[in-house]
Design a protein around this ligand. Sequence first.
Ligand SMILES: [Zn+2]
Length: 300
Amino acid sequence: MLKLTEETIETIVNSIVDLILSNQGKYQKNSEGGGQSGKIDNELFWESYIKRVDPHEKRYIEIVNKDLNKLSGEVFTKIEVYPDDTDKWKFDKKKWIGEFAEIEATFLVKLYKQEGQKAIDEALKLARKKKSIKAEIPISIAFDLFNPLVKEELLKQTTRFPAGLINTTEEIIRGTIATGIEAGESIDKLADRVMERLGDEANRNRAEMIARSETIYGSNAGAEMGYMQSGVVEGKQWLTSIDERSCIECELMNNRTASLGESFNIRDIDLNFDYTDGEMPVPPLHCNCRCTIIPLIIKV
Ligand SMILES: [Zn+2]
């Protein structure tokens, strides 16, 4: 059986990311937006953020769902061919790592471009309103998708995503079989259990959860890179979503600040599970979190 090492995953993801980046045409310059004041209206900022990223999330749910169903189909075929041998109820990990890495990288490139550019436009607009800034602020800067930091971030997220998804799927199959065996269930019952856990409804729920997290993380990471490229932002401030103000953890995060490229302090936040190893560069803080970040303009 093929054992997937970290290097194998990295090699697959690297070549996919290179291919997707090389397919990006010359980036079109965006024109700057309007705006009256040098201060951010937090509610408006968040509403417009959600309005922009929601369509990405909705489309990604469908794409992830379709691939999860295809992956389940592969497992179901194995169950049909080897109904008595649970060891053979598996899927081609290498193929699926590649498949999910490709959809993730394609999705992220679009999100980074959109939110990175929006972040630059917003930052330049705010900086120009600040009278204390003596230096001349450019009217517009095009987001550079080929900046090394962008590729680094793209590789990080694209590697983490399929590895997590594949491991979870394996764990669902292994765990479901183990639970059934422990309960003394027949092999038919075991097959039913696995097929339910990898069925349409379960996949839909998973796709929704995944698309939400990837959209919030990807869009905020894209914004942070845009702030870096703008040259007028020195830090980021956590903005808790309006529909989540009752979430104690996110409420505690609201208005916290951090330097660009650094993690927010989450040491005092009680998370059910910490999937970030204590690092929280950008939201989401947890599943279904829809928080974002706003720029802290440099003081001159
Ligand atoms: Zn949140």
